[in-house]
Design a protein around this ligand. Structure first.
Ligand SMILES: [Zn+2]
Length: 113
């Protein structure tokens, strides 16, 4: 789970992506077409924690989750409401589900082996 590197409170991925949309505008649409470009923009992006108000770079957040977020935003049509600059997906819930399925998958695979 993504946490603020300064105050340690959990962060909402939807809100983080919305900060990027707000700042990048239409460039964000292009970034979402290219995984590498998205990730490098993500690492360099200065996010602001909604809890403590401090700023930090995206590289301080778990990159594995950022990759998943990229996939989720691409997998679902209309995942972003560009007009209102809002993420429609509940990214944190989807990430949690994804982790759960991965763990389950590991368990099943291990039993079979
Ligand atoms: Zn914070």
């Amino acid at each position: 789970m993504a946490r603020c590197p300064l105050c340690g409170k959990s962060l909402d991925w939807g809100e983080l992506i919305e900060q990027m949309i707000e700042e990048k505008g239409t460039e964000m649409r292009e970034l979402l077409l290219d995984r590498e470009r998205f990730l490098s923009a993500f690492r360099e992006f200065v996010f602001k924690c909604p809890h403590c108000g401090e700023e930090f770079y995206g590289r301080n957040l778990p990159e594995k989750e950022a990759e998943k977020v990229f996939e989720l935003l691409n997998d679902f049509k209309g995942s972003i409401d560009w007009e209102n600059k809002k993420v429609r997906l509940r990214l944190n819930s989807l990430l949690a589900l994804d982790t759960l399925l991965e763990q389950w998958d590991e368990k099943v695979t291990r039993k079979r082996a």
